[in-house]
Ligand binder design. Structure first.
Ligand SMILES: [Zn+2]
Length: 321
């Protein structure tokens, strides 16, 4: 912001000159004064979330193929996500771990990707999603497909897509809070009925996190790309992070986001549970009513830029409030 001094000086010099010249100088001075005031009092304003850009990030991940731990597509996607986040000036660290997955012969390496913005800020918000995709389409209507890996356009790629578009804005407009984006690996290789076999990356993070790391709250995005998006409040989130559930709900209402509902929906085992267990109040935003869940038909055409934008707008608004 430049100072007003130069304009005041010009005004003094113009004293006694033609009235029209003095008028112009007055208008300029008033304009300058008000723009100075608005800079002083203006809160950081949420940038505009671009649903089309987020959708491109979704396609880009799906183009690698199923991101099953241990596969080439998984490794390529890891490289892509890491380099994208670095482009946005995040401090990016990776957290690798090795574990045997159900049905796999050998242990595989999985990697959580942690991108931090505004590291000097004490008050922090955690945003997360899982970037792996499920090794088996075990809910596919065709039994021949049930051993095949899924693309996971909605189940995996949608949440990551929104967070990449959020990260793009964090680079250009500084939010009020420090932000840590964590892309968890190994969320979706679990076996039905064995809760501990899911959310391996989040479990690893929770076990190994620095004990001083205390974000004000966390938001997990999973399956938020459905063209017909309906986000009901998730029950574990209501039970363990009720204030954050309300904060998100109030903000969605202010923004007129019709996909966010005030009533509860499912109780879901997801990456937020290991975080809740170590005292991080983390809310899961999820639309679990998705007929292509864990099938080969969970492809980009079932998702929409508008749905990604609806969620992205709420997230950005919370970061820049
Ligand atoms: Zn899943």
């Amino acid at each position: 912001m430049k100072s007003n001094k130069s304009l005041i000086k010009i005004k003094k010099e113009l004293r006694g000159r033609e009235p029209i010249v003095r008028k112009i100088a007055n208008v300029l001075l008033i304009f300058h004064f008000f723009s100075f005031l608005s800079c002083r009092t203006g809160e950081p304003k949420a940038p505009t979330f671009d649903g089309d850009k987020a959708y491109q990030y979704l396609i880009r991940q799906c183009d690698f193929g199923p991101r099953v731990p241990g596969s080439q597509a998984h490794q390529r996607c890891l490289n892509f996500l890491t380099s994208e986040l670095k482009k946005f000036d995040a401090t990016v660290t990776s957290q690798p771990f090795r574990q045997k997955l159900p049905g796999f012969e050998n242990p595989v390496t999985m990697t959580n990707i942690i991108a931090s913005f505004g590291l000097e800020k004490a008050e922090r918000i955690l945003l997360c999603a899982h970037w792996d995709s499920r090794p088996w389409a075990d809910q596919d209507p065709d039994s021949e497909n049930r051993d095949k890996p899924i693309i996971g356009a909605n189940d995996g790629a949608s949440g990551v897509a929104v967070l990449l578009e959020v990260a793009r804005h964090l680079q250009s407009a500084e939010p009020k809070y420090g932000v840590d984006i964590i892309l968890f690996d190994g969320e979706d290789s679990g076996l039905p009925g064995q809760a501990d076999s899911y959310a391996l990356g989040a479990q690893h993070f929770a076990k190994n996190k620095d004990f001083r790391y205390r974000p004000a709250f966390g938001i997990l995005l999973d399956m938020i790309g459905d063209g017909d998006l309906q986000i009901y409040q998730e029950e574990n989130s209501i039970n363990y992070a009720p204030k954050i559930v309300k904060r998100i709900r109030d903000r969605a209402e202010e923004l007129g986001s019709a996909s966010f509902h005030a009533s509860s929906g499912y109780q879901v085992t997801d990456d937020h549970l290991p975080l809740l267990n170590v005292g991080i109040p983390c809310v899961n935003l999820i639309d679990f009513d998705y007929e292509y869940w864990h099938t080969l038909a969970d492809t980009p055409d079932k998702c929409s830029p508008e749905s990604l934008a609806e969620v992205g707008r709420v997230i950005l608004s919370l970061l820049y409030e």
